[in-house]
Design a protein around this ligand. Sequence first.
Ligand code: DSN
Length: 416
Amino acid sequence: MQNYIFELIKEEKIREEKTINLIASENYASPEILQATGSILTNKYAEGYPGARYYGGCQVVDKVETYAIDMCKKLFNAEHANVQPHSGSSANFGVYFSQLKPGDTVLGMALNAGGHLTHGHKINFSGSIFNFVPYGLSPETEQLDYDEIEILAQQHKPKIIVAGASAYSRTIDFEKLHKISTNNNCLLLVDMAHIAGLIAAELHPSPIPFADFISSTTHKTLRGPRSGFICCKAEFAQKIDKAIMPGIQGGPLMHVIAAKAIAFEQAQTKEFKKYQEQVIKNAKAMAQTFTELGYRVVSGGTDNHLFLIDLQDKNKKDNLPETQKLSGKVVEQLLQKCNIILNRNTIPFDTQPPTNPSGIRIGTPAITTRGFVETHACSIVHFIDDAIKNRFDDDFLNKLKIKVEQFCKNFPIYKD
Ligand code: DSN
């Protein structure tokens, strides 16, 4: 029976190799990271922290975790790091659990403005346990409205302001948010999951001097294993560690912690910085090409690894009848037929539901890991535009799929 799963892993490898991946939150982990994640460290129980475990035989994993903590602190210049959160959600839960009581008020970016489920959505634990007040974007600029955040903070007196997003293409001003949190006597949590790699490469201002807590995943721009971590000021170290274990987690995943250590190490190299520079160049080139082809890019462009396309605007410009209208879901499914993978996404002030929103989100971390540069990124935009223009022509779409497969073949993700 096991063979079935190994066959499926092979099938997934072929799928990844043959498709162009524009999902902004995905990437391809290095062979070293895959090796550590698949290592015998998975065998070990190590509840507790280095030097203070509830199990014997932890002498080696203690070294692994200590090294991961050191690498994380060094990379982000942090006073304290906890590398045990299994995911970004656990990391956020850990921060909330360390500081809040049920019902406490928190400000977080609304999901439909580009925030994240764990920033207070009502169907998520965050929104059901705590009193989250959402903030959004300026309708004029489609960018964060720091004055609005300040007013909301004055009105609602939150214990924490949560910054960070999963679909926001502009630089976040952490210094301004720090001022707002200080003025209003509350704490600042920056969830940097999407931009962690850009921050590590010093291509986005770091939240470290300004935030009390930083949460993150490790598998997006940071290009590590699928997991999370927290950095915080030294004064919160004990509370954070207690909140993660025994608060919300049991045994840490030592194989994943080892892989995180490798990711933190890899993120300190010159190659990584060059990679992140190319991620941004590719995103800017794609946003520019979309604009030239008549698409509206939300907020007019991008400063980071992603951007959103407003398909309602395209429907209006092309004067499309109801039956031919584009939506996020229609385009996601259409492109999948041509081996181009992205996700539907709400756009700011979307009138459509998240299941079939008015936008698509495009990210460049994965294609850049593959070696694509601006010319390739622009070709991908033309593939997308061609698919949209010829969406009722199956023969065209089949030919485009073959073209995309050929395009991918020249850039293998894994050499062997
Ligand atoms: N689901 C992730 C994303 O796609 O942005 C965020 O956790």
